[in-house]
Ligand binder design. Structure first.
Ligand code: DAH
Length: 280
């Protein structure tokens, strides 16, 4: 073994001397790059900050028993409005400025049509979250984008109460925003929920004392929500005497802006990797 070791060492030394010998004048000295330098790994990209917030929110709801599902971005007016208890000639339909693609076909203005699709396809108990892109004829300015994300939530079963609704959303707020976050429910109106609420969380920048991010109120609105309206159950073929449920819709883009102190929504959608790379 020793003799063989010596032979290998001598062979390697000979090769080493040969390679490191001073090159003859005029000889090709080869590449000038230092081939022993470690390589620079190219940036492989990363998840968009809004996508990260979507995943984080869906994971919290997964722990609470909600499955994650997707739905179509091209919808019918029937699912986008009618089945959600918006009569088409009702002023409530004006809450959304819609991109129509043709007679009765549109780009969904919210993820709520999936409430109807899920309830038609599955018997209760239902617990789902539906993240996705929605479209509105809004100007592209610091606070509006014509396409943005929402996460819809829906829970339906026998005996689901307003207490379940409040407790679930308050628990979500604690998990997502941290143990000091407070939740506030304000009465509101949506055609597809009754009663309806808007959910506020204590300002994640100042903690509730009031700052420019929360316009001095100490609160930030994070979602619309409520108890599923009996008409929405009826349209989907579910007996509202037997089942109750709650629904909510939140904007993960808005939540990402609040969390990171981003004041112009265009930064999220212009695809500038110098900006987006900070979150990867
Ligand atoms: N779809 C509503 C919107 O886009 C948000 C919303 C409000 C969703 C209340 C809900 C809900 O599920 O219960 O403005």
């Amino acid at each position: 073994m020793g003799a063989e070791g010596n032979r290998v060492r001598d062979a390697l030394n000979a090769l080493f001397d040969e390679r490191t010998a001073a090159p003859a004048a005029g000889a090709d000295t080869g590449p000038r790059e230092d081939l022993t330098l470690p390589g620079r790994a190219p940036w492989r990209g990363g998840l968009h900050p809004v996508r990260q917030v979507v995943d984080e929110i869906c994971e919290i709801f997964r722990d609470l028993g909600f499955s994650r599902v997707a739905g179509p971005e091209v919808e019918t007016a029937e699912y986008n409005f009618t089945k959600l208890n918006f009569p088409l000639d009702h002023p409530a339909a004006d809450m959304h400025d819609t991109f129509y693609l043709g007679e009765g076909t549109l780009l969904r203005t919210h993820t709520s049509p999936m409430q109807a699709r899920i309830m038609e396809a599955h018997a209760p108990p239902i617990r789902v979250v539906i993240p996705g892109t929605v479209y509105r004829r809004d100007p592209f300015d610091a606070s509006h984008a014509p396409a943005f994300e929402q996460i819809e939530g829906l829970a339906v079963d026998e005996g689901v109460t307003f207490a379940d609704f409040k407790a679930t959303l308050a628990l979500f707020v604690l998990r997502f925003f941290g143990p000091d976050a407070k939740t506030r429910f304000r009465p509101s109106y949506f055609p597809f929920t009754e009663p309806s609420a808007e959910v506020d969380v204590s300002c994640m920048i100042c903690g509730g004392s009031g700052c420019s991010a929360c316009k001095g109120t100490g609160w930030m609105e994070i979602m619309g929500a409520g108890m599923v309206h009996p008409n929405v159950f009826k349209h989907a073929g579910i007996d509202p005497e037997r089942y109750t449920g709650y629904a909510f819709g939140m904007g993960p883009g808005r939540i990402a802006m609040l969390r990171y102190g981003i004041t112009d929504i265009r930064l999220l959608y212009e695809g500038d990797v110098r900006f987006l790379g900070q979150f990867a």
